[in-house]
Design a protein around this ligand. Structure first.
Ligand SMILES: Nc1nc2c(c(=O)[nH]1)N[C@H]1C(S)=C(S)[C@@H](COP(=O)(O)O)O[C@H]1N2
Ligand SMILES: [Mo]
Length: 517
């Protein structure tokens, strides 16, 4: 007969202790993180698992489990955790310290997954979620272990049925166990109440059928302070009207294509992922970018060509616009011809190899080469209505901005910074220039009233991205104004005329003033 005093019973009680503490810790972590709009440990670890899974295994899982592959993955993560905490508990009944440390390591791994999760959680959600998980998982485990019976190896006679081992207070153990379990149940209930969105957590994008060509050699220069060719997602500018980032659950997500079409479409997130995806590098630009400003960035986008979706719906004659709407009510009007020409505007689901982040429009947004974002880059996209410009106004056109807003040819000096103190001699001046869908032909730099000198251009990636340039200047002591201007491939040179950002984008030459010692 197994009693809490026998070795097997003690170990099984230990295993149960590990399970209760581990499960409760996870539930508390999930519940707290999710209530605070973050990503909990289960999904975060799932994301890591997807990342670390070798491509062939992923493909096998996808072909074997289809759309259920995420459920299978999460199931696999949970099964692994259950096994680990059972083993820890089993040994914990004899050796407390190393197994508590082991539980701490498990929690630390889950915490790390939460921190590096592609859909970032707030500091509050992270600290509270991880803190709760650690307190209940590790603290609860240690607490329950101290309440387990001690080893009975010194006893000469086996325990009688129903007799407790010495030092084992069944009541105190049950108090500890039920406290920990109650915390876990509360976490699970909180998680259940939140339900819904887990951001991009648990979402893995299929490999695009049409990959962007490799980034050519020499698209940038090794100059400190020069913008990298591709903007890392955390550094990518963010402009939107959302005080609270919309939380969209991919399970509920539907993109509607309506209006002047033969066949209105309703596409789920999975429907979109099931299409032929393309990958493209495109520089996104905000109309609010002042001369020399940083409201633009270059990313690799993954999406479905807009023209394919529109063709499928069957655009009716007379239409000249698409009015896009976001889940939070933002609207933008985009010329139909721009969305259907060779520039290949995207209904995008991915950015820099990952699903969109919540701030950049998860789960689905528009990305349109050559137009400012406010008329072409609707995030948290939910509807595309094929219509006519004369029949609607949109968010920013209601506020005085132009309905037609192609990105203006422009250029920026990244280094040296304004008011930099420099040494006399060779100074590298460098920056970026952009003329999306046309391409940059020439960049010139002028110091003071000197001549316009042609800068060296980096290799062009494509005509939808910015292009880096640099120029070596032989600096002499004094205060100097450095100016830049670009010329596009159609032969247009940037105008010196200073225009404000409203109604359709700033113009003028960027300049910096530096002093040379
Ligand atoms: N739903 C929604 N989408 C939006 C906006 C917005 O306010 N709400 N702003 C637009 C503007 S003005 C720009 S410049 C781009 C910026 O995209 P980003 O934040 O990913 O850089 O998003 C566009 N899409
Ligand atoms: Mo913008």
């Amino acid at each position: 007969m197994n009693t809490p005093g026998s070795t097997t019973a003690r170990r099984m009680a230990g295993a149960a202790t590990g399970l209760v503490a581990g499960a409760s810790g996870l539930l508390v972590g999930e519940g707290v993180a999710r209530v605070l709009d973050g990503t909990g440990p289960v999904v975060a670890v799932g994301n890591r698992a997807v990342d670390l899974t070798p491509r062939p295994v992923k493909e096998w899982a996808i072909t074997t489990f289809g759309a259920a592959d995420k459920a299978v993955l999460i199931g696999g993560v949970l099964a692994t955790v259950v096994l680990a905490v059972l083993v820890l508990g089993w040994f914990g009944s004899r050796r407390r310290t190393p197994t508590v440390v082991g539980m701490g390591i498990l929690v630390a791994l889950a915490a790390a997954a939460m921190i590096i999760n592609p859909a970032p959680s707030s500091v509050l959600a992270l600290s509270a979620g991880i803190g709760g998980m650690a307190l209940v998982g590790v603290g609860g485990f240690a607490w329950m272990l101290t309440r387990l019976p001690r080893s009975t190896t010194s006893r000469t006679s086996p325990l009688k049925p129903g007799e407790d081992a010495p030092g084992f207070d069944r009541r105190r153990f049950l108090v500890a166990a039920s406290t920990v379990a109650a915390a876990g149940a509360a976490g699970g209930a909180a998680r259940g109440l939140v339900g819904g969105s887990t951001g991009s957590a648990g979402v893995a994008l299929p490999t695009p059928g049409s990959l962007a060509p490799a980034v050519p050699e020499g698209v940038s220069f090794d100059v400190a302070g020069l913008s990298p060719h591709l903007t890392p997602t955390p550094d990518f500018y963010r402009v939107d009207t959302a005080l609270q980032i919309p939380q969209v659950d991919v399970q509920d997500y539907v993109l509607r294509i309506t209006g002047m079409v033969d066949t209105p479409l309703e596409l789920t997130y999975q429907d979109l992922l099931d299409r032929e995806l393309v990958e493209r590098r495109i520089t996104l630009t905000c109309v609010s970018n002042p001369v020399g400003g940083d409201l633009l960035g270059n990313a690799t986008w993954i999406g479905i060509p807009m023209r394919d979706l529109l063709a499928e719906a069957g655009v009716q004659s007379g239409a000249d616009a698409v009015l896009s709407t976001s889940v939070d009510g933002f609207t933008a009007g985009t010329p139909l011809d721009v969305l259907t020409d060779d520039r290949e505007a995207l209904v995008a689901v991915g950015m820099n190899g990952e699903p969109l982040t919540p701030t950049h429009g998860f789960p689905v947004r528009m990305v349109t080469p050559g137009l400012y974002g406010y008329v072409s880059a609707t995030k948290w996209l939910t509807e595309l209505e094929v219509t006519r410009f004369q029949d609607f106004t949109a968010y920013w056109t209601d506020r005085g901005y132009a309905a037609q807003a192609p990105i203006k040819l422009s250029s920026r000096i990244d280094v040296p910074a304004s008011f930099a103190q420099l040494e006399a001699g060779e100074v590298t001046v460098a920056g970026v220039a952009w003329a999306q869908t046309v391409g940059i032909e020439r960049v010139e730099v002028r110091v003071g009233d000197g001549s316009w000198d042609e800068a060296e251009l980096a290799t062009e990636d494509n005509d939808q991205t910015w292009r880096a340039w640099r120029h070596t200047w032989d600096a002499e002591p004094g205060s100097h104004r450095i100016e830049v201007r670009a010329t596009d491939r159609d032969g247009n040179t940037q105008t010196s005329r200073r225009e404000p950002i409203a109604p359709d984008g700033s113009t003028g030459w960027h300049n910096v003033t530096v002093s040379v010692a």
